[in-house]
Design a binder for this molecule. Structure first.
Ligand code: NAD
Ligand code: GLY
Length: 364
């Protein structure tokens, strides 16, 4: 088992990474300081992993909430089901929530923990690649609004992240690929050596070779932990973790959170960010092509969905948490392994990028 620490002073916490961790009660015992525990999961994950998790939590007073599965359920209404259960069962302020699932469950449970009685403990037990390398670490919690992705939320750090990589064996190929988008992201934004490793090993990750998967999760978590330790609340450099996300969130919102997975939208978004960077002369055409190639090899989409026109994308992109004083800010690239945030981009070049990626007449 590997342990990585997210160094956040009094809010510091461990990320445990290993195979079979769900079946290790001592790990849960060491991470949870409460007696009352509420496990939150969805119907898909419940049938796979809930029983084992509940068994490992045997020494606590434990209840569960099983939510419907899907990004479209990451809403205030659905979060309220968690709050209702906590109140009905008289959970006190020193309870602990356990988020068992992917990023949707992690985000909604984390937000419920941030809100319930002004903040209670929670731990993350991520079961998708995306959640294991990104969403479970760093304390961003949120639900979606019809008008914008993740627009209602809070920063609230978990007490621990327990990552059982053997849960990835039941993940659908498409979900695995979507998670790899966020893995590739770390190479693009700040870790060129890792990007080069990914160029050598991407097929092994697609084939779930355990040693490579484990290494990729560990390097990704180290990158994320380092960035979060420097800038917990995204007042500066943490924003680079959002490479491709302004484009990606616009795609997700434009599709009403259905059809495309988050990681797929981010993949197409990262290539659009690279394209725009290249149009400004900031990123070389070779680095742009290497970006396109790795995303294509990871079987990720590299065009816009047919229903989203460039004009609609621009409209959707304006509703972004990185917008400041009405100006859109984007994460762009200088080279492989170096990203930066700017509002000094040419709007005509942005329009040209969106036109270039428009697939109004073709599907992905
Ligand atoms: P998800 O949570 O919807 O999970 C994907 C699918 O896989 C779901 O159907 C789920 O039930 C299923 N699943 C989960 N684990 C499984 C397993 N082990 N075996 C079989 N099926 C399994 O999607 P996701 O990609 O994990 O997360 C996407 C969400 O994460 C988005 O809402 C995004 O906004 C959020 N996110 C948050 C952050 C953050 O910092 N908080 C970062 C990135 C993404
Ligand atoms: N996923 C972006 C962040 O955690 O900041």
């Amino acid at each position: 088992m590997k342990e990585i620490r997210v160094e956040l002073g009094e809010h510091a916490y461990p990320i445990f990474i290993g195979g079979g961790l769900l079946d290790k009660p001592e790990i849960f015992k060491n991470c949870i300081r409460s007696k009352q525990v509420l496990v939150v999961t969805n119907d898909t994950i419940a049938s796979l992993y809930l029983e084992r998790t509940m068994r490992s939590l045997g020494s606590f007073t434990t209840d569960k909430v099983i939510l419907p599965d899907g990004e479209q359920y990451k809403t205030l209404d659905v979060m309220n089901e968690i709050i209702t259960r906590l109140l009905q069962q008289r959970y006190s302020r020193n309870c602990c929530l356990v988020a068992l699932g992917g990023g949707v469950i992690g985000d909604i449970t984390g937000f419920a923990a941030a809100c319930y009685q002004r903040g209670v403990d929670y731990i993350q037990v991520p079961t998708t690649v995306l959640a294991q390398v990104d969403s479970s670490v760093g304390g961003k919690t949120a639900v979606n609004h019809k008008l914008g992705k993740n627009m209602i939320g809070a920063f609230h750090q978990p007490r621990a992240v327990i990552t059982d990589i053997s849960t990835l064996l039941t993940l659908h190929d498409r979900e695995l690929q979507a998670g790899l988008a966020e893995v590739i992201k770390y190479g693009l934004i700040r870790d060129r050596k890792f990007f080069e490793w990914l160029e050598q090993n991407i097929e092994k990750l697609l084939h779930r070779e355990i040693q490579e998967i484990s290494y990729a999760i560990e390097v990704s978590c180290r990158n994320k932990a380092e960035v979060v330790a420097i800038d917990e609340k995204e007042s500066g450099m943490r924003a680079i973790l959002n490479l491709g996300h302004t484009f990606g969130h616009a795609i997700e919102t434009g599709l009403d959170y259905k059809g495309w997975l988050h990681g797929e939208a981010v993949a197409a978004g990262m290539l659009m960010a690279a394209d725009l960077s290249s149009r400004h002369g900031w990123l070389s055409t070779q680095d742009l092509e290497r970006t396109r190639k790795i995303l294509t090899r990871a079987k990720l989409p590299v065009r816009l969905p047919p229903t989203l026109t460039p004009a609609r994308m621009l409209e959707l992109m304006a509703v972004d948490k990185k917008a400041r004083d009405g100006a859109m800010h984007l994460v762009l690239m200088k080279q492989l392994g170096e990203a930066f945030v700017t509002n000094q981009f040419d709007p005509e070049k942005l329009r040209a990028t969106l036109e270039n990626f428009s697939s109004a007449t073709e599907s992905r």
